[in-house]
Write a protein that binds this ligand. Structure first.
Ligand code: SF4
Ligand code: SF4
Length: 301
């Protein structure tokens, strides 16, 4: 199985939308699985027609520690309120401490000052992992980080393990990963172990700057990659500059996609662009062929 990760240094350049269209076309002739590793803001499942009602919760990821009150042992001295430097403890009407899940970082200071042993640290649920059948005949696995929780890199590692098991069960030829944007832990966890990376960008200085940082990550793992320039015609001069940069640095351009309102309408209607507007099919097939050609080329070497 080949694992292809779609990544963008900058958010909002059309990464998930492009991932969905590539996956739908690839699925016409290949068995595949998609994985949404943008655990802070997953939306690939939605674009592919998977909603909560037609998906199944397969794991609750626990990590991180939060302070928990053992009410029966609490003498209401409120020492813990003073001790918490994160303003995570308030007091209720009966003078019992109340710990905020969102603000507690599990430092443990409150447990040290509590002479009544009325506080303990416990691991908490930080994310849920779901699997669902898309409208296009392949499964999608996604994770959603709970509000205010950290550990997104770890969650990505776990969602990838689940996805690998499901991929094996269905004999998938491809795993298509939609990574988070940026260069943080979830991105590194998404890219690690990939066979190929597709980098999506747009012709703006900010996008190019962020793309270069994303390329540094991909190069760190020694993974081959190619670039898609989305909305290339919104800034033709800068697109030329970008293309020159890619040529000089021997970075393959997999394709260029023009700006089109229909792309936005496709997103509004929660459809992959190639389904909402079949005219896009030719363009995405070209990109797909270029991508497969690249992967096969590096396989032969
Ligand atoms: S320090 Fe312990 S006993 Fe005092 S209010 Fe906090 S939990 Fe209760
Ligand atoms: S564990 Fe730390 S952050 Fe959490 S409530 Fe106790 S003192 Fe505050």
């Amino acid at each position: 199985m080949k694992t292809i990760t779609v990544l963008s240094g900058k958010g909002g350049v059309g990464k998930s939308s492009i991932t969905a269209s590539l996956a739908v076309l690839l699925a016409e002739n290949h068995k595949l699985i998609t994985v949404d590793c943008d655990v802070d803001a997953p939306n690939l499942a939605l674009v592919l027609g998977v909603i909560e009602d037609n998906s199944q919760l397969i794991d609750r990821v626990r990590s991180e520690q939060n302070a928990i009150l053992i009410k029966e042992q609490c003498s209401k001295c409120q020492e813990c309120v003073e001790a918490c430097k994160f303003q995570a403890i308030s007091v209720d009407k009966e003078d019992f401490p109340v710990i905020s899940d969102l603000l507690c970082i599990g430092c443990g200071a409150c447990t040290l000052v509590c002479d009544d042993n009325a506080l303990k640290l416990e691991s908490v649920e930080i994310a849920g992992i779901r699997v669902g059948e898309t409208d296009y005949g392949f499964p999608n696995v996604s994770a959603q980080l709970n509000i205010g929780k950290s550990g997104s890199g770890n969650v990505v590692n776990i969602v990838k393990i689940w996805a690998s098991e499901i991929a094996e069960a269905i004999n998938a030829e491809y795993m298509i990963i939609d990574s988070a944007a940026g260069i943080g832990c979830p991105v590194i966890a998404s890219v690690r172990g990939s066979d190929y990376v597709v980098l999506v960008t747009e012709p703006t200085p900010a996008a190019l700057w962020d793309l270069k940082r994303a390329i540094d990550i991909v190069n760190h793992f020694n993974i081959h990659y190619g670039v898609i320039i989305n909305k290339y015609d919104i800034n033709s001069d800068f697109t030329e500059e970008m293309e020159e940069y890619f040529t000089v640095n021997e970075i393959p351009i997999l394709g260029k996609i023009p700006f089109d309102q229909k792309f936005v309408y496709a997103l509004v209607n929660l459809k992959p662009a190639v389904i909402f507007e079949p005219d896009y099919t030719g363009k995405f097939l070209e990109i797909l062929k270029e991508m497969i050609k690249n992967i096969n080329f590096w396989d032969r070497i």
